[in-house]
Design a protein around this ligand. Structure first.
Ligand code: NDP
Length: 423
């Protein structure tokens, strides 16, 4: 979208099916998380039209759990504000200004995991994350919805240049969903970057770890190998995101999307409570084991996915930082009118989104640990494929707008988007 003296134009094209699609997503996704919970528990795990619902409201909402949830978010906010960690600047905004961010996500992760280990050591009941999973889920849904309302109201007083180009349609439902303001802040506290990387992402790991404690406590003589493997892989994935925290500053979420219901709900409710599905399945079904050679094969698949994901992301980041750097200067690239070049060899010459390919292989490995008795643990790779295909199409539209004919040449040279010879 054209820079117009920093003025953010009205959003010309709707995504996600416009206001009707946004409303549908905002209603159906919370319903769907509950569906996943009720359709898959220790008694059964099957796609049913009417899963078994709880008998009372107390099973869904618990004030004490809500307070713990708020305490967790507040604790992460305190860690986020610690004056430790380097300060980096984000990409230039429409006005040319660059926001400053402090990068200390890995520190927050290490402190959180160490604190969790101490709680386990002193025998605090960390398995509350398993026992009260449902009220924790409800707390996250309530909190993320309330936060979306707060940032939307706040955005009404924001200057025009602070708005998100994609969430400035004038339609309340659509802007509320996409996010009206690009980078809502309270002083130096950046709400979007905080939600993207802290309470939900680190919470995901702690929920997994609590499941491991639960399984090991219930069956001390039976190490839950599949659960341990999936947890290790997910801890690695989250630690990787926080180790390479700076990379988030150039993602679509940060530079293009506003902060509204989509990211608030996605970061705080969807990530921790659906990405833990495989681990929850494995706690509920301790009988699900596999021969060690199968286990090793799935571990190897996971490492392959992680390797492709990490190597391709690092290659692009290194190239964007310095195209003449030692590790990337041998790569072929094509010029664009903006001055930036597009890689056409290395990982980015294989497919247009090698990082998505690696991410999807890793996601598949997490589900394979659950065996083949139920399709529900495969929800994550199925959903993630849809998300990344959609994201890849959104990104292509933006790149076409940015790079024009150079993008077409790149697409000719690298014809497949994510899966070689398929898509
Ligand atoms: P990408 O990291 O793929 O970034 C796309 C951008 O890369 C383009 O807009 C363009 O930006 C640049 N680019 C594209 N092609 C080339 C090329 N050939 N040479 C150089 N630069 C190129 O996308 P995302 O931000 O969507 O994803 C980042 C990571 O996050 C991925 O690994 C993804 O799998 C992961 N992810 C994970 C999610 C989860 O829920 N677990 C959700 C979403 C993403 P420009 O030219 O302006 O630099």
């Amino acid at each position: 979208m054209a820079q117009d003296n920093g003025k953010v134009p009205q959003t010309a094209h709707y995504e996600f099916g416009g206001p009707v699609g946004a409303l549908f997503i905002m209603i159906s996704l919370p319903v769907f998380i509950y569906y996943l919970y009720f359709a898959c528990d220790k008694n059964s795990c099957a796609v049913t039209l009417l899963p078994l619902l709880p008998g009372s409201w107390d099973e869904i909402f618990d004030l004490q759990v809500f307070m713990i949830f708020l305490g967790w978010v507040a604790f992460q906010a305190v860690l986020y504000m610690l004056p430790i960690g380097k300060k980096v600047k984000g990409l230039p905004l429409r006005t040319g200004r660059r926001l400053q961010y402090r990068m200390n996500g890995l520190l927050a992760f290490v402190i959180s995991v160490a604190l969790f280990a101490a709680l386990v050591y002193y025998q605090y009941p960390v398995t509350i994350l398993y026992d009260k999973f449902l009220p924790f889920l409800t707390s996250s849904v309530i909190f993320s919805a309330a936060l979306s309302v707060f940032v939307y109201i706040k955005s009404l007083a924001a200057p025009n240049h602070a708005l998100a180009a994609g969430g400035n349609s004038g339609n309340i439902i659509y802007d509320f969903f996409i996010g009206h303001e690009l980078n809502p802040r309270l002083g130096n506290f950046d709400i979007k970057i905080f939600c993207e990387l802290r309470p939900g992402l680190i919470g995901w790991v702690l929920i997994d770890l609590a499941f491991v404690v639960k399984s090991w406590t219930d069956f001390p003589d039976n190490p839950p190998w599949c659960l341990l493997a999936v947890t290790f892989s997910q801890v690695l994935y989250v630690a990787d995101s926080l180790w390479f925290e700076e990379c988030i500053l150039s993602t679509m979420d940060i530079i293009h999307d506003g902060f509204g219901f989509m990211l608030s709900f996605g970061d705080l409710a969807w990530v921790p409570f659906t990405y833990t599905l495989q681990a929850r399945y494995l706690v509920d079904h301790p009988e699900k084991t596999m021969p060690s050679y199968c286990l090793m094969a799935v571990v190897a698949l996971g490492f392959l996915g992680y390797y492709i994901f990490r190597a391709s992301n690092s290659q692009k980041n290194a190239f964007r930082q310095n195209p003449h750097g030692d590790g990337v200067k041998h790569l072929q690239s094509i010029p664009t009118a903006t001055g930036k070049r597009l890689l056409v060899s290395g990982w980015w010459g294989l497919v247009r989104h090698p990082n998505y390919l690696g991410d999807l292989i890793l996601a598949l490995s997490w589900s394979l640990y659950c065996g083949f008795d139920s399709i529900i643990p495969y929800f994550y790779p199925i959903y993630f494929t849809v998300l990344l295909v959609h994201r890849c199409l959104r990104d292509a539209a933006m790149c076409k707008e940015k790079y024009g004919e150079a993008w077409d040449r790149y697409c000719q040279k690298v014809p497949y988007r994510i899966f070689p010879y398929i898509f």
